[in-house]
Design a protein around this ligand. Structure first.
Ligand SMILES: Cc1cc2nc3c(=O)[nH]c(=O)nc-3n(C[C@H](O)[C@H](O)[C@H](O)COP(=O)(O)OP(=O)(O)OC[C@H]3O[C@@H](n4cnc5c(N)ncnc54)[C@H](O)[C@@H]3O)c2cc1C
Length: 406
């Protein structure tokens, strides 16, 4: 059996695990990352693309934003289309904050390169990960590493292994409470080799279902359609996808969408999940391992980054002078932010999607909310503060001085 020792064992090389490992490395704290998938797979996995300003700033602080600063598309507003009309929500004018479009797989590539350059140990293609001795001073991970049975002992384990990972499922029964909501629809997402049709995101609310026009670069578009929860991809040939996007994103009956070869496609379930607390013994969970949101408000990666910022600061304090206070507060403070992200994701999901159970009454309510958003500066500002992540940042700052809000 191969035996390794480190300070923090990190399970999962998604954005959470890699960023945590990198931030810890910059503060002189050793970690080992173990990832089930191959490096090529995690570097190509197409997912998030909208980074809040605070996430961009964190990546800059971590020294991994050179490519992002060169290639990221900074946005100051988005377009909302409904009832055949188009309306701009100028969120930067309303809040002072911007967002940035930069693919999650690019963030992952930047982090892997930075870990490599720093000589941080990362293992890909690791099978059979299991965690033990979680409530002792020496929690350990066992796995099959490069074909050999291995044991990695740490002071802590960080479970950054996503919603389907092993860490949360390994915690003792009854050690956490789970909150879950499953939506009765899904998103069919495509990546297309075509220049975006507009510079900003377009959220299209249509009686046939929601559609989103997004982008990853000046030559790559990302588009989504609301579809049934069990929709087989085989039912969606290219022409049907483009026709549906054209219809749902039309303005006054006019269709205008750049179309090109579809590079990848997938169906994403719409689900919300939160575990409380995000910790057991010396195991701390971060990102999708502890909570997920439907992609409508683009909060998943940003909430993951916020967890990691806090967890890295807590480990730093622990190793600097033995202060456990931040580690003890990690779950409480993190969950306050997580629930704010959950709430806004739920608001945005119900604003944008016709539900299968909706009647004419619910459709009229949605229309009234949309009209309010594009005519009331107060409503638009409140919405924009959540959209760009400002309200969550404000809550986090307040929590530091008023723990009763946690
Ligand atoms: C279609 C789609 C669009 C999205 N759009 C946005 C967006 O615009 N903005 C946004 O903020 N968020 C978005 N999200 C959410 C975002 O992608 C996630 O929140 C983000 O990936 C979370 O990062 P993570 O590192 O916590 O988890 P993950 O990215 O899931 O990484 C977990 C890692 O752990 C590994 N792992 C799992 N099990 C094991 C195991 N047993 N052993 C070892 N390793 C394991 C996995 O292979 C994976 O590499 C979107 C998600 C989807 C699916």
């Amino acid at each position: 059996m191969r035996r390794l020792r480190t300070q923090v064992v990190i399970v999962g090389a998604g954005p959470s695990g890699l960023l945590l490992s990198h931030l810890l490395g910059r503060r002189g704290i050793a970690s080992i990352v173990v990832e089930r998938r191959a490096r090529e797979y995690v570097e190509q996995r197409v997912r998030a693309g909208l980074l809040e300003q605070s996430t961009v700033e964190l990546l800059r602080e971590a020294g991994v934003a050179d490519r992002l600063d060169r290639g990221g598309l900074v946005h100051e507003g988005f377009e909302l289309r409904f009832d055949g009309g188009q309306h701009r929500v100028p969120f930067t004018e309303l809040t002072g904050w911007t967002t940035c479009m930069y693919g999650q797989q690019e963030v992952v590539k930047d982090l892997i390169r930075a870990r490599e350059a720093a000589g941080g140990p990362m293992y890909f293609g690791v099978d059979d990960v299991a965690i033990f001795d979680m409530d002792t001073d020496s929690p350990r991970v066992t796995c099959t590493l490069e074909g050999e049975a291995a044991e990695i002992v740490g002071d802590f384990i960080a479970g950054c292994d996503g919603f389907h990972g092993v860490c949360r499922r390994s915690l003792p029964a009854g050690s956490f409470r789970a909150y879950e909501h499953v939506y009765p629809f899904a998103w069919l997402g495509i990546l297309a080799a075509v220049a975006p049709s507009t510079e900003e995101l377009i959220y299209g609310v249509h009686e046939r279902g929601f559609a989103l026009h997004s982008m990853r670069s000046p030559s790559i578009s990302r588009l989504y359609l609301q579809v049934g929860p069990e929709e087989p991809l085989a039912d969606w040939p290219d022409e049907r996808i483009w026709a549906e996007l054209r219809t749902r994103l039309a303005v006054d009956g006019r269709e205008g969408l750049n179309e090109g070869p579809i590079l990848s496609r997938g169906v994403t379930a719409m689900r919300s999940f939160v575990m409380e607390p995000m910790q057991y013994g010396r195991v701390f969970l971060a990102g999708d391992a502890a909570h997920i949101v439907p992609p409508s408000a683009a909060k998943g990666l940003n909430l993951a980054a916020a967890d990691v910022r806090q967890l890295a600061a807590a480990f730093t304090a622990q190793y600097a002078d033995g202060t456990r206070e931040l580690l003890d507060r990690y779950s409480r403070d993190g969950l306050a932010a997580v629930w704010q992200g959950q709430e806004f994701s739920a608001v945005m999901t119900s604003l944008l999607h016709p539900f299968p159970t909706d009647g004419a009454y619910e459709a009229r309510l949605r229309q009234a909310r949309l009209r309010d958003l594009v005519t009331s500066r107060a409503s638009a500002t409140a919405f924009a503060e959540s959209y760009v992540g400002l309200s969550r940042a404000r809550l986090a700052a307040t929590l530091a001085t008023d723990p009763r809000l946690g």
